[in-house]
Ligand binder design. Sequence first.
Ligand SMILES: Nc1ncnc2c1ncn2[C@@H]1O[C@H](COP(=O)(O)OP(=O)(O)O)[C@@H](O)[C@H]1O
Ligand SMILES: [Mg+2]
Length: 132
Amino acid sequence: MKKTYHDLNEEQREAVFHNNGPALILAGAGSGKTRVVTYRIMRLIEEMKVDPFSILAVTFTNKAAQSMKERVAELSGRGKVKDIFIGTFHALCLQILKIHSPKLGYQTGFTIYDDSDQQALIKECLWGFEMG
Ligand SMILES: Nc1ncnc2c1ncn2[C@@H]1O[C@H](COP(=O)(O)OP(=O)(O)O)[C@@H](O)[C@H]1O
Ligand SMILES: [Mg+2]
């Protein structure tokens, strides 16, 4: 079923149709904030003809990013959602590094180690050292 702006309450509609400058939405859990963001994205693409590549949606968690992707796909279609960056702050920074690291003289094929990766590597080095 095609979603329409009738699925929004008055405050949500106001936020979705806000055009110029930033809009801060402050509301409780489960009150419909993600609905506002996803409908705004749909409106930007379908009505305002914004290139999906120019839309950036940053979330706190991977789970929130995944759910936002699914909800945007439901509204605007899978083809469009793949061109929108929807992810965490960490994923965004990683993407920037992957694309632009050659400008700093680094290669793009790098891996980021988390705490347990780092410990495992140090242990492996120490073990090699002990064995001579
Ligand atoms: N205007 C609305 N009418 C009916 N259901 C709504 C409306 N706004 C949000 N919902 C539903 O309420 C639930 C919570 O909305 P969501 O956008 O995820 O809230 P939040 O991001 O603030 O936690 C979802 O199931 C959503 O589809
Ligand atoms: Mg939400």
